[in-house]
Write a protein that binds this ligand. Structure first.
Ligand SMILES: C[S@@+](CC[C@H](N)C(=O)[O-])C[C@H]1O[C@@H](n2cnc3c(N)ncnc32)[C@H](O)[C@@H]1O
Length: 230
């Protein structure tokens, strides 16, 4: 991995930590429930039987409010992995069937073919090497296991200006994300795009710190890919 990639990633991670320290002050997330949001997302992709059969669930880039924190009570083992885990103010704590690991997705400390389900939600534009993370996810999935991936995507036309957005190390188009998944050796079951789920209050138009949310609301999509290793 190139040193310049790591420097860029460290800068992005500082911005990420800052976001999680301040997100409750943002007007877009008032009354936001991570638990409800996570439940709704799963309902779009996993059938009740797929949910029940997810005995070992790994979430790569889990953040403080990940799926493994709120859902999959029936799983035998849940693992939440994130390099910032020890630094989040609202960090989750282990319990009966959930453990957390401060680690990067480029080197997942899980043995081969161990996971029934891997979740990687809004992570691949924050990392050092997105292709390496997908290869690691493929390694830890059981044959027939599933990956649910979510990536923020933008129309390709914006690519030349996206370098201005320092908190993100990658900027994906939908086609680029699909290609990445296929190249890493996954077969796609379904893919879907949703609009950016925030409401912009009027005052945000005169608040420069909020302009990136206005841009996101209009141009970004939450792109989901549900797939399995070939
Ligand atoms: C936008 S947050 C999303 C967190 C969570 N998945 C969610 O949806 O709320 C991106 C997360 O990716 C994590 N991350 C950044 N680089 C990573 C890497 N190389 N491997 C794994 N996770 C990483 C960050 O620490 C951060 O928690």
């Amino acid at each position: 991995m190139e040193y310049s990639n790591i420097k860029r990633w460290q800068e992005a991670q500082r911005a990420e930590l800052d976001w999680w320290q301040n997100w409750r002050r943002l007007p877009f997330y008032q009354n936001h429930s991570f638990e409800n949001n996570r439940r709704e997302v799963l309902s779009h992709f996993l059938s009740p039987s797929e949910l029940n059969e997810a005995h070992t669930v790994v979430e790569v880039g889990t953040g403080p409010h990940g799926f493994v924190r709120y859902l999959f009570d029936q799983a035998a083992m849940k693992i939440g992995l994130d390099p910032l885990l020890c630094q989040f103010d609202e960090r989750p704590y282990p319990n009966r069937n959930t453990c957390y690991v401060a680690a990067v997705g480029e080197f997942i400390p899980v043995k081969d073919a161990a996971a029934d389900l891997v979740l990687c939600i809004n992570v691949l534009d924050h990392v050092m090497d997105a292709g390496q993370i997908l290869r690691e996810i493929r390694r830890i999935l059981k044959p027939g296991g599933r990956l649910l991936l979510e990536v923020h995507t933008f129309p390709k036309i914006f690519t030349p200006i996206m370098f201005l957005d320092h908190p993100h190390t990658y900027h994906w188009s939908f086609a680029g994300a699909i290609q990445l998944v296929r190249t890493a050796g996954f077969r796609i079951i379904t893919s879907r795009q949703f609009p950016f789920p925030i409401t912009i209050p009027l005052k945000s138009w005169v608040t420069p710190n909020h302009w990136k949310y206005i841009f996101g609301k209009h141009f970004a999509r939450l792109s989901y890919v549900y797939c399995y290793p070939m």
